[in-house]
Write a protein that binds this ligand. Structure first.
Ligand code: ACO
Ligand code: OAA
Length: 378
């Protein structure tokens, strides 16, 4: 094969499609959904409104939002058989259990087989409502408790915390979860959304696309980073040890988790909101040390910022969950709750203008050779 072929490993810098959903300016460190700055949405909007915006393309009127929100609340249920499946694999990592449960939902819901835009919108809404139910049910079941029934009086974020903890969250806690979901809702051709598009490109159904996305989100280079950041913070232990930790990581040429991004060369704009959340919550809860350790790591990483190495969205989120008493292995599933509308709209966009996604690998194996029967091999 010709030596002139250019290989874009990891598809770095490759545009594979047009997309009208989110715009990332990596050099400026800016992100918008449908033209609205992530900062405005994180400050003024709600997750429900952002879901509507992402799926339908425009901010809703009051009536549209009320109808959408009511449909989302009404869809918060799963067939009891799914709880049995969760119970059977309750000791697995919550991300594996969640993926298995979504697969089970596909097998138990005949509507999951439908394709086409209306089916994707309906199934997307259903799955967005069901995913928090599945995660909270697993947390209850693995701790020997019965799953907490969803409360239709609560918003998506407040209901998630209610189902997880079995107690009504404060307004501040619910708002912090809401903002977390808004910030995680959509991010272009990230690995999990791209993987979902590959699945939909084969004309598979939405549940299949979401199962693919969940598998892909789980890795530590993508959604798994928040869990690893919390492990790092615990390992560092006290703020004065942060610089030595970073020095040792850099000397060993190992990645400092929560830093770096394929697209951003400035700080990930989502991190700002999470940083403020950690600072405030830590102070309120009399546990400022977590924020101080994180900032110690940021300070020690400053020399590398000029090479585009900055914090990403996952750097601060883990500590927020920790302060809320949420187990570390639920951090990736929480990311999945937020990312649901992003995956759904990426699948819808793929289906709208579908094409099989099938790139090439350049063969560099052995030259053609004759087959040797097994008895003649030395
Ligand atoms: C929601 C999300 O998915 S955000 C990402 C969450 N993931 C993490 O936080 C895990 C840590 N970060 C990483 O592993 C990487 O930055 C990734 C996977 C996110 C992005 O990787 P890529 O786009 O492939 O960047 P790449 O690996 O080419 O890095 C470029 C350079 O920065 C270095 N680098 C990248 N990330 C880090 C890091 N976290 N710590 C130290 N050095 C890093 C690389 O070693 C490389 O250096 P080199 O050019 O001297 O070899
Ligand atoms: O865009 C990416 O590569 C990863 C990311 O930040 C996300 O999915 O939110």
């Amino acid at each position: 094969m010709t030596e002139t072929v250019k290989i874009n490993r990891g598809l770095k810098g490759v545009y594979f499609e047009r997309c009208g959903v989110s715009d990332i300016d990596g050099n400026a460190g800016e992100l918008s959904y449908r033209g609205y700055s992530i900062h405005d949405l994180a400050t003024h909007s709600t997750f429900e409104e952002v879901c509507y915006l992402l799926i339908h393309g425009e901010l809703p009127t009051s009536a549209q939002l009320a109808e959408f929100d009511a449909a989302l609340r009404a869809a918060r249920s799963v067939p009891p058989a799914v709880f049995d499946i969760i119970a059977a694999c309750k000791d697995g990592h919550p991300m594996d259990v969640l993926r298995t449960a979504v697969s089970a939902l596909a097998a138990l819901d005949a509507d999951s087989q439908k394709v086409g835009e209306a089916a994707f919108i309906a199934n997307g809404l259903k799955l967005t409502a069901q995913v928090p139910v599945l995660i909270a049910a697993h947390e209850a079941i693995r701790n020997g408790r019965a799953p907490v029934a969803p409360d239709p009086a609560l918003s998506h974020a407040a209901n998630w915390l209610w189902m997880l903890k079995g107690e009504k969250p404060s307004e501040d806690a619910a708002r912090l979860a809401d903002v977390d979901f808004i910030l995680h809702a959509e991010h272009g051709a990230n690995a999990s959304s791209f993987a979902a598009r590959v699945t939909i490109g084969t004309e598979a159904n939405l549940h299949g696309g979401i199962v693919t996305a969940l598998s892909t989100l789980a890795g530590p280079a993508h959604g798994g980073a928040a869990e690893d950041v919390m492990k790092m913070v615990k390992e560092i232990g006290t703020p004065d040890r942060a610089a030595d930790y970073v020095k040792a990581k850099r000397a060993a040429k190992e990645a400092v988790t929560g830093f770096g991004h394929r697209v951003y060369r400035k700080e990930d704009p989502r991190a700002r909101h999470m940083r403020e959340g950690v600072r405030k919550l830590g102070e309120e809860m009399g546990a400022p040390q977590w924020y101080e350790i994180l900032q110690g790591v940021v300070e020690a990483m400053k020399p590398y910022a000029r090479h585009g190495l900055n914090v990403n969205v996952d750097f601060y989120s883990g500590v927020i969950y920790q302060l809320h008493g949420i187990p570390m292995d639920l951090y990736v599933p929480i990311f999945a709750i937020g990312r649901m509308p992003g995956w759904v709209i990426q699948c819808i966009e793929q289906q709208r203008n579908n094409i099989l996604i099938r790139p090439l690998t350049l063969y560099d194996g052995p030259a053609p050779r004759g087959y040797l029967p097994i008895g003649e091999r030395g």
